[in-house]
Design a protein around this ligand. Structure first.
Ligand SMILES: Nc1ncnc2c1ncn2[C@@H]1O[C@H](COP(=O)(O)OP(=O)(O)O)[C@@H](O)[C@H]1O
Ligand SMILES: CCCC(=O)OP(=O)(O)O
Length: 357
């Protein structure tokens, strides 16, 4: 097998994470955080493209690594048409769909930045397990209103990577287990994994499931209809309220759980109550997935940045540990999973899928 140097790019709602690896070993990585104020200075996600690209180039300058030494670039994929999981070559159809997506999410930038950097160096660009991975059953897609369908939009990359890691830890195959995986990050998604397929999951960006550091999750529909028609807010302002300014930001003016924990330590009762309410909603979503899996659950897995919070994890655990053993895998494996996907293709172990075919 030939030696491969790969750049992995993960644009998230609260950070841009990058890593360079040599033969799957990460040799340099960085997580660059973005405050809500910094992000809200851009009119759209697409406008953030040059800003995030500059940060990545800055990472190369600091690290003394030459972009010309790369064999490939891989990024987190965004709002594409529903796809099966796997590694996809970034092609023009994909870039067109991401540029023209009606849905705003930082992950839309990954493939665009990767292709831009890769084309000028004559190397390939890929995405792996984008948020649009869709393995949901037809029943899970029923919303309760004809014409409005529930969609599969979730942290597919990390949920699948962590699910495989937990299966391996227990010397089992992912494809033989039933798991509930809760990704607790800037967005929160909780998936019911039935023998390797995510048969139901809350949509992490469309106002569904638990509230998160900066998103509302599911809301009482009638109150929102009232707000849209009576408050004088524009469509964009309503979206801002629901997405970047919902959840913890809405109640506590921060999307940073570490700040919330510091407030709690200082005796702030509102911070305590709202943080526990987030745990309550996450636990309730996990309970829903247990019903989807008819109670046959091998493990519940908590992952994402918020899983570093012992307080939050303990609150969730006390409400759900009657269902199945709880595994905590804080942070994410996204950079490793991206690198792994690109490495398999670059070394000919797997064929890249073509998007749009
Ligand atoms: N050590 C930690 N303790 C508590 N919360 C943390 C810790 N590290 C990160 N977080 C919280 O996790 C959330 C972000 O999770 P992350 O998975 O990095 O999100 P994303 O990738 O969506 O930007 C933030 O609220 C952040 O404050
Ligand atoms: C569709 C879910 C993706 C998501 O919410 O990602 P972030 O947590 O990075 O915002």
């Amino acid at each position: 097998m030939s030696s491969m140097k790969i750049l992995a790019i993960n644009p998230g709602s609260t950070s841009t994470k990058v890593a360079v690896s040599l033969d799957k070993e990460i040799i340099k990585e960085k997580s660059i955080p973005h405050s809500p104020r910094e992000i809200s200075s851009f009119k759209s996600i697409l406008e953030q493209c040059p800003f995030r690209k500059r940060l990545i180039l800055g990472f190369f300058d600091e690290s003394n690594i030459s972009l010309d030494s790369l064999n490939g670039i891989v990024a987190r994929g965004g709002f594409l048409k529903p796809v099966l999981c796997g590694t996809y070559r970034v092609n023009e159809i994909m870039c067109h769909d991401l540029r023209n997506s009606s849905k705003e999410h930082a992950s839309n930038l990954g493939a665009l930045i990767a292709k831009d950097l890769a084309d000028s160096r004559g190397i390939p660009a890929f995405i792996v397990d984008p948020i649009a991975v869709d393995e949901m059953t037809d029943m899970a897609k029923i919303s309760g209103l004809q014409g409005v369908e529930r969609k599969s939009l979730f942290h597919a990359l990390n949920q699948k990577a962590v699910a495989r890691k937990i299966a391996e830890k227990h010397r089992r195959q992912y494809e033989e287990l039933n798991l509930i995986v809760a990704h607790l990050g800037g967005g929160i998604t909780v998936g019911a994994h039935q023998k390797g397929r995510v048969i139901d999951v809350n949509n992490g960006v469309d106002g569904d499931g638990p509230f998160s550091p900066e998103r509302t999750g599911g809301l009482p529909v009638e109150s929102i209809v009232e707000m849209c028609f009576e408050s004088g807010l524009s469509k964009k302002e309503v979206y801002q309220k629901i997405k970047g300014r919902g959840g913890l930001v809405s109640y506590l003016e921060t999307n940073d759980a570490r700040v919330v924990e510091a407030l709690i330590k200082q005796g702030n009762r509102k911070a305590f109550f709202i943080f526990e309410a987030m745990a309550y909603q996450i636990a309730k979503e996990i309970g829903g997935c247990a019903a989807v899996l008819k109670g046959k659950v091998d493990f519940i897995v908590l992952t994402g940045g918020l899983a570093y919070s012992k307080l939050l994890v303990d609150w969730i655990r006390e409400r759900i540990n009657f269902i199945a053993p709880v595994e905590v895998s804080p942070g994410e494996n996204e950079l490793e999973a991206l690198t792994d996907g690109a490495y398999r293709v670059l070394n000919g172990l797997e064929k890249a899928k073509e998007y749009g075919e």
